[in-house]
Design a protein around this ligand. Sequence first.
Ligand SMILES: Cc1ncc(COP(=O)(O)O)c(C=O)c1O
Length: 407
Amino acid sequence: MATINKNYDKLQGAYLFAEIAKRTKNFIEKNSGVKLMRLGIGDTTLPLTKTVLKGLEEGVKKLGNKKTYTGYGSAQGDLALRSALVDFYQKRNITLDPQEIFISDGAKSDSANIQSIFGSDNIIAVADPVYPVYVDSSVIAGRTGEFKDGRYEGLIYMACDEANGFVPTPPKQKTDLIYLCSPNNPTGSVATKKQLKDFVEYALQNKAIIIFDAAYTEYIRDPSLPKSIYEIEGAKKCAIEINSFSKWSGFTGVRLGWTVVPMDLVAEGTQRGQINSLWYRRQSTMFNGASNISQAGAFSALSAAGQIESKKLIAYYMDNAALIKKSLSKIGFEVFGGEHAPYIWAKIPSDMSSWEFFDKLLVEAHVVATPGSGFGRQGEGYIRFSAFGDKKDIKKAMKSIEDNLKL
Ligand SMILES: Cc1ncc(COP(=O)(O)O)c(C=O)c1O
């Protein structure tokens, strides 16, 4: 008799954004004609840039010609794209080999799938609050116990709060895999070199591996802040870096990301290159390579013109972030993030829960944001605003909050 993976039973309720969609739908059904302003989900809204479009179009055209048609590509990704990424890192004084880079369909799947190459008894550490994928994929993989008092047994939670500027410190106890994300979703915080160095030192001492999610790295505007974990000495021995074209070049729908598994990376009892080979084995077994059209688009995104255009997209979203920050501060919110990330993490100025405040914001200001508690126990009492919307809508939303929210 077939049985199901019972670990799914441990997952909590609906995925955060499904619950938001449900509450929003209920509100619209009862209040027809009301136009909601959505500052919830972190999805890009600006169209693809001209250089990226050209790359995608060329990718499509090649498929329509017998001479240039390609079918399955390398499971690791097109060598030209991996080489372009090597150049991209080299400009930041990070030397990689194309063999260390794996092209994927995005950072979400890689951040979950990477667990499959590690032992089932590995102990995982996550920040709290955190991007929910790291936690839920750990649950599904059977690396946690039950959910009790807002947390899963067996996971190590690294607290992020005002005292540490929402950047965690390495755990006190020994752990094996550590998920880190900087700039951070949901708090918008960013780790300094010193903070990442502390994690690298911890990982080297404890033979742990850091899974570093750099999906928002291009939003960093201060050149002294690290854009890659490999800016930290020793990180190649203890860190995997996952990145994406989603938030940077508008690929949330196109889909394309990459993961760096350095040859120097070691785990208990492994030899040089062995973890890289394991990930290659996993990908070539369970993944047939990213879309050749998306890869053509990404190759263009990495060109000089493509990067300039992507910077403009980021500047637009960061202008939005500044607007949100300014407006919320004006009416008395304490706000964090929004300087090097497209998220504003606002403290709810009362003892309301995140979901209570979500409903209040919806009813009084017709604005949809994301309840902080959806990202973990420590997120309770906060709400996340996303800067990915249209500027006019964001201005309207902020005006509505200023005028209608009863604080
Ligand atoms: C921290 C973080 N990592 C990864 C992703 C997903 O990236 P992708 O679109 O490449 O799957 C997101 C999307 O919101 C994210 O916030």
